[in-house]
Design a protein around this ligand. Structure first.
Ligand code: NAG
Ligand code: NAG
Length: 237
């Protein structure tokens, strides 16, 4: 298994790519303690060769690896024309301090290397629904576009949390688990009218599927609308 692609997700309409959709790989920063610049560059090149556009950097709060990794990761990404964005992990070692999040987004979010939706830095989470209220202040201070993964509470509740603070919801169920066809079951809690953004998640095998799809733009565009419908993100569904 390629280490960078333990989890992948594809996102329609977020990064400024003209014809194709952007494909992100969920990347666990906690595993990079021993990484130097060359290791980051190597992971990024592997990702690029698989048609991946960005890493969503999963980070646990208080992990000192983050402080070492971010300057290296952004430097490597800048040298290779790659993008990065933050996914704050609230499940790994507890909730993030909102002031730390604000300073991190304000430090990196304006860089050209940081993944954006329009002008807004795109930010996600791994869980953290109990801290939804923090994001009113974080969004006000950073102007980020916020697509948390609050899967544990279900979409209908998640979209209302923190006074409806989420700009979209991230689901983890876009890809089949093994050799099976997708069903609409994972979408059931998201049965809203506004399927504007779509995300997809899977293990490394999807990387190959994604690569194949990118080779056929039409199929990929269709895929982004139909096949990836297993996981949906709404803008206020
Ligand atoms: C989303 O949250 C679920 C737990 O509810 C977790 O299993 C999944 O890995 C998360 N995905 C991402 C990309 O954070
Ligand atoms: C998936 O669906 C297709 C079309 O209905 C079918 O031919 C195929 O056998 C299914 N695959 C699995 C693993 O169920």
């Amino acid at each position: 298994m390629r280490s960078f692609a333990a989890l992948t997700w594809a996102l329609a309409c977020c990064l400024p790519l003209a014809e194709t959709k952007a494909v992100f790989a969920h990347f666990t920063v906690g595993n990079t303690k021993l990484f130097g610049l060359g290791d980051w560059q190597n992971e990024i090149q592997l990702a690029q060769s698989a048609g991946i556009d960005a890493f969503a950097l999963n980070m646990a709060q208080g992990d000192t690896t983050n402080d070492v990794a971010l300057p290296l990761a952004f430097s490597a990404a800048a040298s290779l024309g790659f993008q990065l964005l933050f996914s704050f992990d609230y499940a790994g070692s507890g909730p993030w301090d909102k002031s730390v999040i604000i300073s991190m987004i304000n430090e990196y979010g304006a860089e050209s290397t940081y993944g954006k939706r329009g002008q807004k830095p795109l930010v996600s989470t791994f869980e953290g629904p109990s801290n939804a209220g923090d994001w009113q202040e974080i969004k006000a201070a950073t102007d980020c576009f916020f697509i948390p993964n609050w899967s544990s509470v279900g979409a209908r509740l998640a979209v209302k949390l923190g006074g409806g603070v989420a700009d979209g919801l991230f689901s983890w169920d876009a890809w089949p688990k093994g050799p099976a066809n997708m069903t609409t079951y994972p979408d059931a809690s998201c049965n809203g009218p506004r399927g504007i953004l779509q995300l997809a998640g899977d293990d490394s095998t999807s990387t190959l599927n994604l690569e194949k799809k990118r080779k056929d733009k039409r199929l990929w565009q269709l895929a982004s609308i139909l096949i990836l419908a297993g996981a949906l993100v709404w803008v206020r569904c």
